[in-house]
Write a new protein. Structure first.
Length: 492
């Protein structure tokens, strides 16, 4: 760190009782009524939704823990800023304010707005990926993989195996890239076949796990040595910075804002989903390299919209601007990780196998470890997602083989790990709701023997997990609902 580090505000509050609880550092001023429907309706609803939690209506959901994407609570200042939005097809001042915020917070002066994260991936993949390209990354994200495959490229994941995929671990930086493996890959293919190296902050599919600055510096050193572009997926950069502050001694006294800058300075091309970063809706691509900006600009006008709105409503652009600044506030960015940590630690105490250390964006349950009696081809994580909905009207997201693809012979490419993710959108759920989710997870874990498998009955060719339709392989959902009724009486 070059700059002296200012004292950052404490985010941990000690209770006199000795209890270790995450504390909300905000007050709730706008609320939305929720409906907790009885188990019989939950069974009917998941059946109507073809055992795919994406197909449920929020009418039937009590805790929507599907994602943190576009559903984070917005601050008073974000919603206030939306009122001053400058509606203009071109040259909107809302865009100028966003561009200034990107320069101030992420340190990049050229910004291309896009309608969401995958739109950035579309533009970047079309610009750089060709048939036969090799794309090394710490780990793929579903939409990244889809866009790279769409353009004929091949993703090569370079996490530290098997460490990064070990469910229960004390490794603080499971998202780190294996530098020796990166060197070997470049030696094997030659740099000309590698248009860029991608690092994903708070690596989503392995449980929201961070990488360290030390590792990012090494990746950059190798990229520079071979003249390869380094791209950062910054969708979850705030959480990654928070973990660096907590876990990487060099940065323990640095502010989140300073760490953010260090990370972005190491990566010449940065993109993000603003549905996550900035707790808003939209996305962006930013760089200090005019040549890269010019190359991508033409694709943005073709696919997204004019370069001063990029398919995003100007109101959302204003909320992105404020949200970006708020990402540097540790009291904002610590909320979701501290609730996740509480949830994971409490679930582990109850014997539930969870991804550890706790990561960003959500608590990740090891469905593969819970359901060894369900064959992997019958989608353990998908089945557990459906079961938890029946148990508690809680909607999680399957992050396992349903979210994977088929190989050229039509066989499922089995996911490395079968996870059910319970996302913690920022500042949305209270501690008692968190404890309710824990309670229903505990009950389900004790009744795990009742859970069976799923099979596809309708399978889209790309990103099949969104709209795919599945069916249970036996009448296990009915048996699970009946056991719930037996144990909980006439309670919801
Ligand atoms: N990159 C990462 C790391 C993401 O987590 C996501 C989205 C995207 C790119 C794509 O962004 O949805 O705005 O197009 N993750 C969401 C999730 C879908 O629920 O984890 P998008």
């Amino acid at each position: 760190m070059q700059k002296p580090s200012p004292a950052s505000p404490a985010t941990k509050v000690k209770f006199f009782s000795g209890e270790d609880l995450p504390l909300e550092l905000h007050k709730v001023r706008v609320v939305q009524k929720l409906h907790l429907v009885p188990v019989e309706r939950r069974l009917a609803a998941i059946t109507e939704a073809s055992f795919n939690t994406y197909q449920l209506s929020t009418r039937d959901i009590y805790l929507d823990m599907l994602t943190d994407s576009g559903v984070n609570a917005m601050s008073d200042n974000q919603t206030a800023a939306m009122h001053r939005a400058d509606d203009a097809y071109a040259g909107s001042q809302s865009f100028t304010r966003l561009r200034d915020a990107v320069e101030e917070v992420l340190g990049k002066k050229y910004l291309l707005p896009v309608h969401q994260g995958r739109a950035a991936e579309n533009v970047i993949s079309r610009a750089f990926v060709k048939p036969g390209s090799i794309l090394p990354m710490n780990y793929h994200f579903t939409t990244t993989l889809a866009h790279i495959m769409e353009n004929g490229g091949k993703v090569v994941e370079l996490l530290h195996y098997p460490d990064a995929l070990q469910i229960s671990s004390t490794n603080p930086f499971k998202g780190n890239m294996d530098i020796a493996a990166l060197e070997a890959l470049i030696a094997r293919h030659g740099p000309a076949q590698i248009p860029f190296i991608r690092m994903e902050a708070s690596t989503n599919l392995i449980g929201g796990q961070p990488f360290s600055i030390a590792n990012l510096r090494e990746v950059r050193r190798v990229a520079d040595k071979h003249g390869i572009l380094l791209v950062l997926d910054a969708s979850l950069i705030g959480e990654n910075c928070y973990f660096i502050k907590k876990r990487e001694p060099e940065f323990k006294d640095a502010s989140v804002g300073e760490i953010l800058k260090v990370m972005c300075d190491l990566c010449p091309l940065v993109y993000f989903s603003a549905r996550k970063l900035s707790s808003s809706r939209g996305g962006g691509i930013c760089t200090n390299d005019k040549a890269i900006y010019d190359k991508l600009k033409n694709l943005v006008v073709l696919f997204e919209g004019f370069v001063t709105y990029g398919g995003i409503s100007v109101r959302e652009i204003e909320s992105m601007t404020v949200g970006l600044h708020e990402t540097t506030d540790e009291t904002v960015i610590s909320q979701s990780p501290s609730f996740i940590e509480y949830f994971v630690n409490e679930a582990v105490k109850r014997g539930v196998p969870m991804v550890t250390p706790p990561g960003g964006l959500g608590a990740h349950i090891d469905a593969g470890g819970i359901l060894p009696h369900v064959p992997r081809e019958e989608y353990q994580a998908g089945a557990f997602a459906a079961a938890l909905y029946i148990a508690g009207a809680i909607r999680g997201m399957e992050r396992g083989t349903v979210s994977s693809v088929r190989d050229e012979n039509g066989k499922d490419v089995l996911a490395d790990i079968e996870l059910l993710r319970l996302a913690f959108p920022r500042r949305v759920f209270t501690l008692s709701q968190t404890r309710y989710a824990l309670d229903r997870l505990h009950w389900l874990y004790l009744n795990r023997g009742l859970i069976g498998g799923l099979k596809f009955v309708e399978e889209p060719p790309v990103l099949r997990f969104f709209n795919g339709r599945l069916a249970p392989t036996s009448d296990w959902p009915q048996k699970l609902a009946a056991k719930f009724r037996e144990d909980f009486g006439d309670s919801l």
